[in-house]
Design a protein. Structure first.
Length: 271
């Protein structure tokens, strides 16, 4: 009788282990499906609002002060010089992008729309203005958002912001992985941009020259009406994840820009 009881208990334990394994498998598939749906959404086939990273309050009023003096990158624009421009200064339309370098939805937007945005900039149809916020560091913990934003400010000083920005998003870690919080990794990735590494850029990254500016950019975002990343505006009108009833996609972005530029002069040459 005791042998039967022992066998029964063993069978129950084995069944419980199998059930747990099945549940883990289901949870994994569910996570994959959520991410997959988000990618499809960014391409214009489904809504992505549910995966947009929410701003949990940002860095707060004192972040810029804690980080030291506010040293804006060369060529920064806007009130308080909180944005980095890419493209022709006299382009007829402005694409404003608020993004956190650790934000997965930002990565999906950049990696799916990059070629289209780059082409529109080269054609002189748009100028992009990037606001590099850093609230994920506080919400998930770490320094990757701040350090990556500072490094991009350093790249701007070296005339390589656009190239380095693309490299960082191509190599973006998982949101909870603070890989960008390692300055050695940011310098390693900078080697992928010809001509970027050097004493000036490396020292800027190591010293955190623009850390105070990164805090000021976050403080500016906190005061705005925008509460999530990516926030993408075309001439002040929100276009992510959609514009009106139309979902964002490479083709729609080109159409929207052409509509916005109708009757306006487009400079020759682009950036």
């Amino acid at each position: 009788m005791s042998e039967k009881n022992s066998e029964g208990k063993r069978t129950a334990r084995e069944r419980l282990i199998k059930e747990r394994e099945v549940q883990k498998s289901r949870d994994k598939r569910r996570r994959v499906m959520v991410v997959g749906a988000a990618v499809v959404g960014v391409l214009g086939l489904a809504a992505v609002a549910g995966v947009v990273a929410a701003n949990s309050g940002g860095g707060g009023k004192g972040d810029a002060e804690k980080a030291g003096p506010v040293v804006a990158p060369a060529g920064a624009v806007g009130k308080g010089k909180v944005a980095i421009p890419v493209g022709m200064p006299d382009a007829p339309s402005v694409l404003t992008v608020y993004e956190d370098m650790r934000c997965p939805a930002c990565g999906m937007f950049e990696n799916s729309m990059r070629d289209t945005v780059n082409k529109l900039e080269k054609e002189g149809k748009i100028r992009a203005e990037y606001h590099l916020v850093s609230f994920i560091d506080k919400g998930v913990m770490g320094n990757g958002s701040k350090y990556a934003a500072n490094a991009l400010g350093c790249a701007q000083g070296a005339g390589k912001f656009h190239e380095y920005h693309d490299v960082l998003f191509r190599n973006q870690p998982e949101e909870t992985d603070d890989a960008f919080g390692k300055k050695s990794y940011l310098l390693e990735l900078a080697q992928k941009v010809p001509g970027l590494r050097g004493a000036g850029f490396d020292g800027c990254v190591e010293k955190g020259t623009h850390d105070g500016w990164v805090g000021a950019v976050q403080a500016d975002f906190d005061k705005s009406t925008y509460k999530s990343t990516p926030t993408v505006l075309l001439n002040g009108v929100a276009i992510f994840p959609q514009k009106g009833s139309e979902q964002i996609s490479p083709a729609n972005l080109v159409k929207w820009v052409d509509e916005a530029n109708k009757g306006k002069k487009v400079p020759a040459g682009g950036r």
